[in-house]
Design a binder for this molecule. Structure first.
Ligand SMILES: [Zn+2]
Length: 71
């Protein structure tokens, strides 16, 4: 789950841009999503690289496996 580091919740996050990269016209090997928090205005980016099975999160969002504080 992607959450806002300021608000510590995913509740106000919205995806402003979502891209999927293809390799050889079929394999999805990278997913890129840009997030914006509608509450505090924070922005961040989440990238998943399938080749390396690696997740990268930059900006004012964080990737967490924890349950949201405010469900
Ligand atoms: Zn926020």
């Amino acid at each position: 789950m992607i959450t806002c580091t300021n608000c510590e919740t995913a509740q106000f996050l919205q995806i402003t841009q979502s891209r999927v990269y293809f390799e050889d016209g079929e394999m999805i090997n990278e997913i890129s999503e840009t997030y914006e928090c509608t509450l505090c205005g924070a922005t961040g980016k989440y990238v998943y690289d399938e080749d390396r099975d690696e997740e990268t999160v930059t900006g004012e969002v964080e990737h967490t496996t924890e349950r949201p504080k405010y469900a």
